[in-house]
Design a protein around this ligand. Structure first.
Ligand code: PEP
Ligand code: MN
Length: 334
């Protein structure tokens, strides 16, 4: 069950409520986020909500049969909108296109990308400065200095930053330079990282694990929400299957399923999803049709020279065509 507490609930009223919930043999978890205070009750016993609903200090009470609670659409029926400021919003009808290189490579790469985004009306740039690479000998990112260089340029041009955080110790140094912290597919179940991202007031985009189920992605989001941060995006980026013709198998099914299960915005990453430059746009368009709230894709001024993921990276002409098609599609889909 989820009980939304009134902001002016007294400590006596709260104690009375907790006692009542505990008497039903429900475990009580108090969750305080930037937007509200909730009591999440975990238990099995059937009971009449009126036995609790009449108590003072309660705004709302919901029985949620899903194992994940706060991220479930069974509790919150209206879609969550992630507001990044300056009119940049994701979810609830605001379709977001986010693009940029796999890895931030330097000043020229940053400026060329920003110029391309602005020319195409995009406001959010992706890019990794801390890169999880399968081989330790591959380029592992420019680190915090690269992020600071990027931030300076992005701020100057009103561009928002999405970038991956790989470990808890990086959160603090990155914090002021990031709009959306990305949790990579290799870290979807790094519960310590998720706990810490629950303690900050920045948006968090959680990618689906390489072999993760949809439910596991939802649980990861529940960690962040129950830690105190409601500003969460979910991202389908393909999963590992027996198929070797593509880098991953983009699970288009996940989009409508997630949209049904959760009120959080659902983003598609067709670049990692298929891993083949010539087919990224098709998967991106399919995701928009399937109901995604946005797409995130890799672009580069010279994809063949990109320091990572060049094989799945669009050049600027391909990117412009994709953006144009998505905009047309949005008109058709309404
Ligand atoms: C990325 O976005 O460049 C990335 C490494 O993504 P993923 O965690 O989905 O592999
Ligand atoms: Mn990449």
């Amino acid at each position: 069950m989820i009980i939304q507490l009134s902001p002016d609930i007294t400590s006596d009223q709260k104690r009375q409520l907790f006692d009542q919930v505990t008497s039903l043999k429900y475990k009580t978890n108090e969750v305080v986020t930037q937007f509200g205070t909730y009591l999440v009750g975990i238990g099995k016993k059937k009971f009449d909500v009126r036995s609790i609903g009449h108590l003072p200090g309660i705004l709302d009470i919901h029985i949620v049969s899903d194992d994940f609670k706060l991220v479930s659409s069974k509790w919150k029926t209206e879609q969550t909108v992630i507001d990044l400021g300056d009119g940049v919003k994701i979810g609830g009808g605001h379709f977001a296109m986010m693009a940029g290189p796999c890895s931030i490579e330097g000043e020229e790469n940053i400026y060329k990308t920003i110029e391309h985004l602005k020319a195409n009306g995009l406001q959010i740039m992706r890019g990794g400065v801390f890169k999880p690479r399968s081989s330790p000998y591959s380029f592992r990112g420019m680190g915090i200095d690269g992020l600071k260089m990027w931030y300076k340029a992005a701020k100057e041009h009103g561009i928002k930053i999405v970038t991956e955080v790989m470990q808890v110790s990086q959160i603090e140094e990155m914090h002021d330079y990031v709009d959306v912290f990305q949790v990579g597919a290799r870290n979807t179940q790094n519960f310590n990282l998720l706990d810490e991202l629950g303690r900050i007031d920045k948006a968090v985009m959680i990618k689906r694990g390489i072999s993760g189920t949809i439910d596991e992605l939802m649980y990861s989001a529940e960690y962040v929400f129950s830690g105190g941060n409601e500003r969460i995006l979910l991202c389908e980026r393909g999963i590992r299957t027996y198929e070797r013709a593509s880098r991953n198998t983009f699970d288009i099914n996940a989009i409508p399923i997630l949209k049904e299960k959760t009120h959080l915005p659902v983003i598609a990453d067709p670049s990692h999803g298929i891993g083949l430059r010539d087919h990224v746009s098709a998967v991106a368009l399919a995701s928009a049709v399937a109901g995604a709230d946005g797409i995130i894709f890799e672009i580069h001024e010279k994809p063949d020279q990109a320091l990572s993921d060049g094989q799945q990276t669009l050049d600027f002409a391909q990117s412009s065509r994709l953006i144009h098609k998505v905009n047309k599609l949005k008109e058709v889909l309404g």
